[in-house]
Design a protein around this ligand. Sequence first.
Ligand code: PEP
Ligand code: MN
Length: 268
Amino acid sequence: MNLKYIGKDKESKRVIDLGDNVKIGNENFTIIGGPCSVESKEQISKIAKFLFEKNVKILRGGAFKPRTSPYSFQGLGLKGLKYLKDSAEKYQLKIISEILDPRDVEKSIDYIDIIQIGSRNMQNYALLKEVGKFNKPIMLKRGMNATIEEWLMAAEYIALEGNENIVLCERGIRTFDNFTRNTLDMTAVPILKGLTKLPVIVDPSHGTGIRHLVSPMSKAAAAVGADGIMVEVHFNPEEALSDGHQSIDFREFQELIDETKKIYDCIY
Ligand code: PEP
Ligand code: MN
């Protein structure tokens, strides 16, 4: 495997520096939280306030949503990014949000601290090349049908354009078992840590699709050496406009943080 840019080298591990002392991959366990989708100004502001109080530094929220059905909620687009930025400024949070279309990169870039490339776009080479041209951190989620090699090659596409600020995110793959939404491939974490210098984040929300599995898989992520997790949280998951069944509420999020930190602290 030719990992010219992202391959492990002895001296350096890549630390993603988001400014204001918020970093991913610096011997810390980063917790990213937020709703699946930005639904309204009030919704994202309420969740941002909660995360701020819990000392979480990075807010997720989809504005451009890749929905399976064209009849499902498609996200608020640029308006959603503006709501995200307003809340993030108020509560001193960094923002991660997905971009679907290469034509949206330039106009969205000032609203986002980390550009998310979603599972469905992991091999959208036009999009990978476009985000590679900017000096903005990228979170590259694993394609639901992608091998580890295909995933790493996709990261090389971004790096080759000049942007090596890449975080890998394991979010589960499709297997014969459909009890869970995806099969969360925890082996990927130590494999990637061995092969590349990039930070690795686990998404236990999309990785399982089932609310009560989010906390156990978060603990597993801490135990196998992930650099952090990205979790869907909503004050009222039943009413969420997308992915409510895998979103946890504020009380569950608090428990998840406490338990995951315990595992992390006891191992590292
Ligand atoms: C998301 O994180 O908002 C998302 C759509 O995830 P994935 O691309 O992994 O399905
Ligand atoms: Mn989601």
